[in-house]
Design a protein around this ligand. Structure first.
Ligand code: UDP
Ligand code: MG
Length: 316
């Protein structure tokens, strides 16, 4: 029996580029005739004609499956819906804008077939075409998160990663509500082969990630995979307590030796403001962990399915 390759394709307002992507995948599928393909499009509440396009592919091609969300739940939820419903022996996420080139698939499958690796992950070796400020912050993020968390997150790693069934089942079993897939992939381990490639610019349409959305996602990544910010707050608190004891001793000794003075109120106000700021910052750090815990314990669904042609669609 032929092995099945599932491609999970999250789409949010991608009507312009979907045709190109579908064509490119078909071309690759034709060349890889010793495999069956399943194209699992996840329409993440698109407001344009993305879903109509997907349905038109499905009408003529029974390899095309779709799940359409009731609203926009974000790429993480779309990927999770894909992992839960993909049936393939090999499964990968593939962006719908051609930034994850389908032409890499034969090479990825070939590496998995050799048997040594559980997954083949792709990594951009450059960030050509990306605004420099975005690249700078992205690099800084990877350096920080690798220092403070036990998830190994590679700079430039994409979600385009072909995985064998056991790895996919493990990802599905990690049902946390606040998902950061790059961290999850690294955290679960398994043997991964890294395939470098040159960055490709989006084929059509525009990016869905503003700078602020990315920043929020990066903070999510840190909070989800590291308790370091909590420890840092505790250490800052300890440092200030220590400094205040030194200062008290200093003021006390000076009072005894030189007598009192009324000078220094301005610096005192600065200190009070500074310490107040540090306290609020630390409370904020704690609050963000608490907020995540609150979201987890509510056990809300990750996504809500509007329409689908997947038999017995799995809802999580
Ligand atoms: N995407 C999604 N839901 C969202 C935002 C994005 O499903 O809320 C999809 C999008 O359609 C694309 C992929 O996630 O297939 C990556 O998005 P994008 O290309 O905008 O990100 P970038 O490549 O610029 O980081
Ligand atoms: Mg993109």
């Amino acid at each position: 029996m032929k092995k099945l390759i599932s491609l999970i394709i999250p789409c949010y307002n991608e009507e312009l580029g979907l045709g190109t992507l579908y064509g490119a995948i078909m071309e690759v599928a034709e060349k890889m005739s010793e495999y069956d393909f399943e194209l699992l499009f996840i329409d993440d509440g698109s407001k344009d004609n993305t879903f109509i396009k997907i349905k038109s592919f499905a009408q003529n091609d029974n390899r095309v499956k779709y799940i359409s969300f009731s609203r926009n739940f974000g790429k993480e939820a779309a990927m999770y819906a894909g992992f839960c419903n993909a049936k393939g022996d090999y499964v990968t996420v593939m962006d719908s804008d051609m930034q994850d080139p389908p032409s890499l698939l034969p090479k990825m499958v070939e590496i998995l077939e050799q048997g040594e690796y559980d997954s083949v992950a792709t990594r951009r070796v450059n960030r050509k075409g990306e605004p420099p400020i975005r690249s700078f912050f992205a690099r800084a993020f990877y350096q920080i998160i690798n220092k403070i968390s036990d998830a190994d997150i590679v700079d430039g790693a994409r979600d385009f990663r072909l995985m064998k069934r056991p790895m996919v089942d493990t990802i599905v079993s990690m049902c946390e509500y606040n998902r950061f897939s790059k961290g999850i992939f690294g955290w679960i381990g398994f043997k991964t082969y890294w395939l470098p490639y040159e960055n490709v610019e989006r084929a059509a349409g525009e990016t869905k990630w503003s700078f602020w959305k990315l920043l929020k996602y990066a903070i999510d990544g840190v909070v989800n995979f590291s308790q370091a910010p909590l420890m840092i707050s505790a250490w800052i608190g300890f440092l200030f307590m220590f400094l205040s004891i030194l200062a008290t001793v200093f003021v006390f000794v000076r009072k005894i030796v030189y007598g009192g003075s009324v000078e220094g109120w301005a610096s005192l106000v600065c200190i009070i403001l500074f310490v107040g700021g540090v306290q609020l910052f630390c409370t904020g750090v704690m609050g963000s962990y608490l907020a995540k815990t609150y979201q987890e314990v509510k056990h809300r669904p990750h996504y809500i399915v509007g329409q689908s042609n997947v038999e017995e669609v799995i809802k999580k």
